[in-house]
Write a protein that binds this ligand. Structure first.
Ligand code: FMN
Length: 295
C-alpha cells in the first residue's frame, strides 16, 4: 500500500471517528428516507457498479433487484440500454450513472433511455474522464472518455426532466458550481483512488453540507463497509451512502438475495448505532455525536 492510496487514507479517516453514547430515552429508530418523492426503507444504496456478468449471470439487473428487496435505491454504472431497462423494471429507484463518453450521442441516448425506462435520476461519473497515471485521456471498456466543460454538463442537466447527479465531486468548489448548473445532487467520492491523496469524502462532507445547505442531495461513495461507516457519513451531513465492492461477493454467492441481506445487515447495524446515540430518525442525525480518536 502506497501512502498516496486514497482507499487506505479513507479507511483510516473513517476509523479515526468515534461516537459518544446518548442512551437516556433511547427508542427504536426509523432509517427510512425519501428521494425525489420516492420513499426507501434505508439510506444505504448500491454504488454504480458495472461489468458484473462474471460475478453473477444476472449482472447489474440482479444487483438492482437485490437493492429493491431491501427497500433500497440502486445506482447502476456503465452498460447498455437493455441492461438499464431490466434494472429499472426490477427497482423503481434506479440512478443511472452515465460515463463521460467522448461521443456525445452515447450520452444523450442513455439520458433518453433512462427517462423512458423510468429511472428515478441520472448522473455522470465525471472523474472517470481522467486516468490516474500520466495518460490523462481515459478509455473505459474500449470507449474514449472526455473531460467535460461547464456548458456540456449544463446541456446534460437540461436534456431531461430527471434529477442529475455529479459523481466524483470532492470539494466545496465543485458543489457550488454544480448547484449553479441545476444539478440535484453529488455522489462524493474518488472512484477507487482515481485521484491519489484524495481527501476522504466524509472529511470534506461537513464543509460541503454547510456550503450548499439542503440544496443538494449528498451521497457518500467509497469505503462504506458497515453500519458504523454509514452512521458516520449520515451524521456528518450525507443523505445517503452507497456500497459497491462489499456487495460483489454476496451477489456472486447468492444473487439478489445476497445483495439484500448485505444491505439489510448494514441497515440494522446503522439502526443499532442510531439507537445507542439517541437518534430517532435520519432527520435527527447530529454531527456533535462524532469525536476524533486520540491515540
Ligand atoms: C466492478 C466495478 C465496476 C464499477 N463500474 C462503475 C461504473 O460503471 N460507473 C461508475 O460511476 N462507477 C463504477 N465503479 C465505482 C463504484 O461506483 C464506486 O465509486 C467505487 O467502487 C467505490 O465504492 P466502494 O468502495 O463501495 O466499492 C465500479 C466499481 C467496481 C468495483
Amino acid at each position: 500500500m502506497s501512502s498516496s492510496d486514497s482507499i487506505a487514507i479513507n479507511r483510516a479517516y473513517l476509523d479515526s471517528l468515534v461516537l459518544e453514547g446518548r442512551i437516556i430515552g433511547a427508542v427504536h429508530p426509523d432509517a427510512g428516507w425519501t428521494l425525489f418523492g420516492k420513499t426507501f426503507q434505508t439510506p444505504v444504496m448500491t454504488a454504480a457498479l458495472s461489468h458484473l456478468g462474471k460475478v453473477h449471470p444476472g449482472g447489474v439487473p440482479e444487483l438492482a433487484r437485490g437493492a429493491a428487496l431491501a427497500g433500497a435505491a440502486a445506482q447502476i454504472g456503465m452498460g447498455g440500454v437493455d441492461e438499464l431497462k431490466e434494472a429499472a423494471s426490477g427497482n423503481s429507484g434506479v440512478i443511472k450513472v452515465i460515463k463521460p463518453y467522448q461521443d456525445e450521442k452515447e450520452i444523450f441516448s442513455r439520458i433518453e433511455a433512462a427517462e423512458e425506462a423510468g429511472a428515478l435520476a441520472i448522473g455522470m461519473d465525471l472523474e472517470h474522464a481522467i486516468n490516474t497515471d500520466d495518460d490523462l485521456d481515459s478509455v473505459v471498456a474500449g470507449y474514449p472518455m472526455e473531460m467535460k466543460s461547464v456548458s456540456q454538463i449544463a446541456a446534460y442537466v437540461k436534456a431531461s426532466k430527471l434529477p442529475f447527479f455529479v459523481k466524483g465531486a470532492l470539494s466545496v468548489s465543485d458543489a457550488l458550481r454544480a448547484r449553479d448548473l441545476g444539478v440535484a445532487g453529488l455522489i462524493l467520492g474518488h472512484h477507487n483512488g482515481l485521484l491519489r491523496w484524495a481527501v476522504p469524502p466524509v472529511q470534506v462532507l461537513p464543509e460541503i453540507r454547510k456550503a450548499v445547505g439542503s440544496d443538494l442531495v449528498l451521497i457518500i461513495d467509497g469505503g462504506i463497509a458497515d453500519g458504523a461507516d454509514a452512521y458516520k457519513a449520515l451524521a456528518l451531513g450525507a443523505d445517503a451512502v452507497s456500497v459497491g465492492k462489499p456487495l460483489m461477493g454476496p451477489l456472486g454467492e447468492s444473487g439478489a438475495e445476497g445483495v439484500a441481506a448485505t444491505i439489510n445487515r448494514i441497515t440494522s447495524e446503522l439502526k443499532g448505532y442510531m439507537a445507542r446515540t439517541g437518534v430517532k430518525d435520519l432527520k435527527h442525525m447530529d454531527p456533535s455525536v462524532i469525536h476524533f480518536r486520540k491515540a
